[in-house]
Write a protein that binds this ligand. Structure first.
Ligand code: NAD
Length: 467
């Protein structure tokens, strides 16, 4: 990594691409722009390394625990670099690094999943789970380290090797992560490749890859699935979301407002399972709008490296343009900004935290994934209407229901068509639970044992027991 140039505005060298600081909009470093043809040797190396790595579960456990320790030891450097290229406040970067290490530790010892299978006949049949081979992990720019570990930890623990491709917007912290953990892992077990398209496309369709685990947008997920179909590699797709928060008529607005705001605006709203729409009973609508708008107006927006900043910039110019476009379109269609509604007049990709009201129900800011600091608050008359609207998009990642009577709220949560439904909070996951979207939010399961089995194949030994 060209660390010697960090902090200046280097001329990008041939074979490298620039990395932009979203707080300034200026390049501050560069990363290798790997040619897609390089993937043949990278995948070959991953295949060669696989034979040793798959053979020794105890060595894998020790290596992953050492990798977790190494990540923690490098925490300050990783967090600072993550904030510099991604934009999020430093405290959020530290939390992401902690979660990265926790995930490596969580999966380090998967135990022996060998199981006898009995069906009453005089045979002994035994299920032994086997790794798949080289896995391609392709991740987006919103949680580069956390999502890298969410993919790599279960894949590696299962005995696979991994070729990890970060987003070209956030290659640097991932490269540092790889250099930190590589001391603990044998050569070729984890390789990071950075570069611009068609690097990801070629990786997803590489014939030597046995599983493509992808996180990103639904259109790219479809392209990944088409590419992987060429070699019939397994695909796991964690895609976008448009999570609704449904507030019930007994909700204590002041009590939940901080939590609700955080669930929508953390990481500047660039969270797949952020609250992206709020449905409030008509009677409480203006109270909810004002509680959220107050928080939006008073949240400190600034560079992530400034400890005072509660919200950083958006990660990149294209995302800023998308958020600005969706907001302008809603305002043109008759919506009103109770807070924000515009980009900030300063360098970098800053957008004012925005609460929208009077939004037409079919407005793209409601039906699409805005992935930014803009939250529409929609009134409803009947609960059935609210549930129908919450379920009425092409996404199905998560959703939440908020109310003082938690049992009643949980009953309503059971009606949400999504992978995870929260009650009185949102976007909280334990490492042990499955995470799976439906509809355009994805295919396959991450998290807990399900995440592990997504990286294993069943192998059965079926033996006749002589009478
Ligand atoms: P994206 O789909 O544009 O890119 C994701 C990754 O795919 C990047 O590494 C990119 O370089 C690579 N890529 C681009 N074209 C490719 C191709 N044709 N083949 C293979 N790889 C290709 O997504 P993004 O803008 O980086 O991230 C934002 C999206 O990610 C949002 O939709 C968000 O909801 C989603 N996301 C989902 C989850 C989840 O767990 N469900 C988590 C985080 C983010």
């Amino acid at each position: 990594m060209a660390t010697e140039t960090r902090g200046r505005h280097p001329e990008t060298r041939s074979g490298y691409f620039p990395v932009v600081d979203p707080a300034t909009g200026e390049p501050f470093d560069e990363a290798p722009d790997r040619h897609p043809d390089d993937l043949d040797s990278v995948v070959d190396r991953a295949h060669t390394a696989w034979h040793g790595w798959r053979a020794d579960p105890a060595a894998r456990t020790a290596a992953l625990l050492a990798a977790a320790d190494a990540v923690e030891a490098a925490g300050p450097d990783l967090a600072a670099l993550l904030t510099r290229e991604q934009g999020k406040p430093l405290a959020e970067s530290h939390a992401e690094v902690a979660r990265t290490a926790a995930r490596l530790r969580h999966f380090a010892d998967p135990g022996d999943p060998t199981r006898p299978i009995t069906d009453g006949r005089p045979v002994r049949s035994e299920l032994r789970w086997r790794p798949l081979g080289p896995v391609a992990a392709i991740v987006p720019w919103n949680f580069p380290l956390q999502l890298a570990s969410a993919k790599c930890a279960p894949a590696l623990a299962a005995g696979n090797t991994v070729v990890l491709k970060p987003s070209p917007y956030t290659p640097l912290a991932t490269r540092l992560l790889a250099s930190v953990v590589s001391a603990a892992l044998p050569e070729g077990v984890l390789t990071v490749v950075t570069g611009r398209e068609p690097l990801g496309e070629r990786l997803a369709s590489h014939p030597g890859i046995r599983h493509v685990t992808f996180t990103g947008s639904a259109p790219t997920g479809r392209a990944v699935a088409r590419g992987a179909a060429a070699s019939l590699a397994r695909v796991t797709l964690e895609l976008g979301g448009n999570d609704a928060a449904v507030l019930l008529d007994d909700v204590d607005v002041e009590k939940i407002a901080d939590r609700l705001f955080e669930a929508a605006f953390r990481n500047c709203g660039q969270v797949c399972m952020a609250v992206k729409r709020v449905y409030a009973p008509a009677r409480l609508h203006s109270l909810v709008v004002e509680a959220l708008a107050h928080r939006a107006r008073t949240a400190v927006v600034g560079p992530g490296l400034d400890p005072a900043s509660r919200l950083g910039p958006l990660n990149n110019a294209a995302q800023l343009a998308r958020v600005a476009h969706l907001t302008a379109r809603a305002l043109a269609d008759g919506a009103r900004a109770a807070a924000g509604g515009h980009r900030l007049d300063r360098p970098g990709y800053f957008f004012a935290p925005t609460i929208l009201t009077d939004v037409p129900a079919g407005s793209p800011v409601v039906t699409e994934e805005q992935f930014g600091p803009v939250l529409p608050v929609l009134p409803y008359e009947s609960l059935d209407e609210a549930v129908e609207a919450a379920n009425g998009t092409r996404f199905g990642l998560g959703g939440s229901v908020w109310g003082t009577d938690a049992d009643r709220a949980e009953a309503v949560a059971g009606r949400l068509e999504c992978g995870t439904a929260w009650v009185n909070h949102h976007a909280e996951l334990s490492l042990a639970q499955p995470f799976a979207g439906i509809k355009d939010s994805g295919v396959g399961v991450a998290g807990g044992p399900w995440g592990l089995y997504g990286n294993l194949r069943p192998f059965v030994v079926h033996r006749l027991e002589e009478a």
